[in-house]
Design a protein around this ligand. Sequence first.
Ligand SMILES: [Zn+2]
Length: 258
Amino acid sequence: MKYFLTLVIMLLVLASPVMAQTEQPSQTAQPAATTPTFESDVIKGEKGDIKLTFIGHASLIIEHSGKVIHIDPWSKLADYSQLPKADLLMLTHEHQDHLDAVAIDLLKKPDTSVVYTEFISQQRDDGKVFKNGDSGEIDGVLIEAVPAYNIVHKRENGELYHPKGRGNGYIFTIDGRRIYVAGDTENVPELKELKNIDVAFLPMNLPYTMTPEMVADLAIAIKPKVLYPYHFSETDTSIIVNLLKDHKDIEVRIRKLK
Ligand SMILES: [Zn+2]
């Protein structure tokens, strides 16, 4: 017992400087609220920078002039309570990886503008409906809703994953740049007519959206200056890079958009 007590006392004496050190409050330690970091790119606008942040899958943030646009936020990918709140919140369609009430609730503030499809308006009443072909300006950003649908890829029961007329892609004109976020679509004829696209986000996963060959076909028709394949799940991104390697006018950027 005596030896045991001596041992305990010795250990306490030895440990005390270490404990004192580790318990010392440090001014340079982690900030109280840790903001998660995600990969971003900056696009030069006519007057300022446009920042694109890649949350993952189909979830993106576009920031310009202090305004924050969230597109298809999905709480499975990020702690949205730690991300900047939305001035504009854009939803492409009603599937759970694009329409997530948890993320929406965390991002909304009293003056957030929400834009969604007519189909989504059957379950929500907090936004403006844009149908395919509609356009409008919100907070100085011109928004055009374009079609997003399948013609090839179907469920076993024959129903298309994304029937025509239900989903939207969006073209944002911000500070003289046109940024196209396609939603879940295939390389359908209307989309091949899109003009003057600076940046395009095109989906590339099976069975729901496009093969790399379909993405290449659409990209060659649209000729965006920068192409981000997104919503690509397990698809091998080297295939699209290879398919477009001779199209020097299209810069393919692979980011964490699985
Ligand atoms: Zn999807």
